[in-house]
Write a protein that binds this ligand. Structure first.
Ligand SMILES: C[S@@+](CC[C@H](N)C(=O)[O-])C[C@H]1O[C@@H](n2cnc3c(N)ncnc32)[C@H](O)[C@@H]1O
Length: 225
């Protein structure tokens, strides 16, 4: 998968792309990330990418020309999804990540300041995604969250893709409790069923616990159960 990220602070992605699962995916050539500095498309010698809003009011607006040229430079007339991260977008969910993990190429736009010029949204953005009902100062963290969640679903990235497919939200439920050695820690024993070797009983126990945790923490997820 090839992901182009447009930002006025592309440097914040350097460590993120170099370590752990993402670093390995990049090293193995499963993920290619093209970091694009929007300022490189600014028209003046001060590399200005924002301006005052028409109609007045607080905050600055990201100018349309650098954004337009940066996106078009990547697209080159090809049909590539262009995702803008914004608190006004549809709420990010595992199903959205699953769908985008099938793509071969994506463009991610990180906003800053008060807003980007609306004409970029009208002309070039194909999807608007929010990572939650709160406001951050920029779209870089949402872009990292998106890239991380998509990358772990790409074939060859995780040793055991089955593990990712049984995580919270993939099944519609939250995950269940997990234990490893030792069998007793600080007086708390691993539930007997997990030591029983009976796979049917273990699966049933895990589903029961997943249901209990979901009912307690996210009853909204159970409305269709
Ligand atoms: C200060 S915010 C702008 C908020 C905007 N004025 C509004 O009311 O919706 C600056 C940028 O941060 C990013 N951002 C902030 N919160 C976000 C969220 N919850 N989800 C996705 N992106 C977010 C967006 O790229 C946004 O353009």
């Amino acid at each position: 998968m090839n992901i182009s990220i447009l930002s006025i602070f592309p440097g914040v992605f350097t460590d993120f792309l170099a370590v752990s699962m993402i670093g390995k995916a990049v090293e193995d050539g499963i993920l290619t990330v093209n970091l694009i500095n929007i300022r490189d498309y600014a028209h003046d010698k001060h590399k200005t990418t924002d301006d005052y809003p028409y109609g007045g009011g607080p905050g600055m607006i990201m100018k349309p020309e650098p954004l337009y040229e940066a996106i078009q430079d990547v697209r080159r007339d090809r049909e590539i999804p262009v995702i803008y991260f914004t608190p006004q977008g549809r709420l990010l969910h595992q199903s959205i990540i699953n769908a985008y993990s099938e793509s071969t190429e994506l463009i991610l736009l990180c906003g800053h300041y008060k807003e980007i010029d609306q004409r970029i949204r009208d002309l070039l953005i194909t999807d608007e995604i929010s990572i939650g009902d709160y406001v951050l100062s920029g779209g870089e963290l949402p872009a990292m969250i998106f890239v991380d969640a998509v990358t772990r679903l790409l074939p060859g990235v995780l040793n055991d893709l089955e593990s990712a497919l049984s995580d919270s939200h993939q099944t519609g439920l939250l995950g269940c409790p997990h234990y490893t050695r030792p069998p007793e820690f600080m007086g708390i024993k691993v539930p007997d069923v997990l030591l029983s070797g009976n796979h049917e009983k273990i699966a049933s126990w895990r589903r029961q616990k997943a249901l209990e945790i979901t009912r307690k923490n996210r009853p909204d997820l159970l409305k269709d159960e």
